[in-house]
Ligand binder design. Structure first.
Ligand code: PHE
Length: 343
């Protein structure tokens, strides 16, 4: 085949292959095949050596022209395809920033923890320190040291889960009182938050498991007035509005005198509603002046010192605060309930 014909064959073959090239990668491959070191044009250049002296400049120019033609074709196609590919890539990566985001679930504190923390914060801001006691305790700290004699009928007030003759699940956070007295000298001003257990029938109003915050203050000349002022201040901090309180005589072996404390109904402000069962008042906790026998059990001179104590139910306050009508909701782990409470 003459050189002339070979040039034509290569040009046609190139143009055909160019038509089939659909991606920039194909173009790159064509470039190697035609213009590369071992490419078709290089082969033509080899053949040029065999041409006669007269023919050489003519064919040389033809080959060069073809080389130019091929490279400009390749360059144009490459640019066009690369641009198309880039556009397609951008289209695929397109993010619609107006789409509403997917909501992530963040963990949160349980409503009881939130309530307890709010109570703790209020008391700490009033100068109370925080102490804790064991959930499993001895009869002494839960009862005996708190002036419950062995056969004291008041033990029946608190149905107890016994683990052994002497060990039990504490029925109240008052078990921390004597423990703290043994370890600290007055003035003592502390709170003791924690879990309590009672062997009661579970209903919407009572549960076998609940939480309390105990508070007590022991010093010289501590009186009822200190208790009233502290309680009033606590409720203002907790409910973030002025709250009227009322104290009624009651009985607990470890306080004398003992009281039950009510607050003016937070829902109807005393007018009477279903929350307060039309009484206008809500019963919230027990309190009183610490019995001399308890101070003695804790090694504190009851002639010199006096103190008050109170135990507040955490679930009870949470129920009042959020108008929750069933204490069982706190332990059922129903997300629809739990998700409602944020702080
Ligand atoms: N511990 C008592 C209860 O659980 C409450 C209380 C605490 C009463 C301190 C008086 C003083 O019922």
């Amino acid at each position: 085949m003459t050189l002339d014909a070979q040039i034509t064959v290569i040009r046609n073959k190139f143009l055909q292959e160019l038509k089939l090239a659909k991606t920039s990668k194909h173009i790159e491959r064509l470039k190697v095949n035609y213009l590369g070191k071992k490419g078709s044009l290089q082969a033509l250049m080899q053949l040029l050596k065999d041409a006669t002296k007269e023919d050489r400049p003519f064919f040389g120019k033809q080959i060069n022209d073809l080389k130019f033609e091929i490279s400009s074709h390749l360059e144009n196609s490459f640019k066009r395809l690369a641009l198309e590919e880039e556009t397609l890539k951008l289209e695929n990566e397109y993010i619609d920033v107006t789409l509403p985001g997917r909501k992530h679930f963040w963990g949160r504190y349980h409503i009881v923890t939130l309530t307890m923390n709010k109570m703790i914060d209020a008391f700490v801001s009033m100068g109370f320190s925080v102490e804790t006691g064991p959930d499993i305790d001895s009869d002494f700290y839960n009862f005996e040291g708190l002036n419950f004699a062995k056969d004291h009928p008041a033990r029946d007030m608190q149905d107890t889960f016994y683990i052994s003759e002497d060990l039990l699940l504490r029925t109240h956070t008052s078990n921390v009182q004597v423990r703290v007295m043994e370890n600290f000298k007055p003035p003592i001003r502390c709170i003791a938050p924690g879990k309590c257990f009672r062997n009661e029938t579970i209903s919407s109003r009572s549960h076998v498991f609940f939480n309390q915050v105990e508070l007590f203050y022991i010093d010289e000349n501590v009186s009822f007035a200190d208790l009233f002022a502290t309680i009033d201040q606590f409720f203002v901090k907790f409910f973030e509005k002025p709250i009227e309180t009322r104290f009624r005589p009651s009985y607990f072996p470890f306080v004398e005198p003992g009281m039950e404390c009510d607050i003016k109904c937070i829902l109807c402000s005393g007018q009477g509603c279903s929350l307060c069962k039309n009484t206008g008042w809500l019963e919230v906790f027990g309190a009183g002046m610490i019995h001399p026998n308890v101070l003695k059990a804790g090694g504190i001179d009851s002639e010199k010192y006096s103190g008050y104590a109170a135990g507040i139910g955490v679930e009870r306050l949470a129920m009042l605060m959020h108008q929750i009508n069933d204490i069982r909701l706190f332990t059922e782990n129903d997300m629809r309930f739990l998700e409602q409470f944020d702080l």
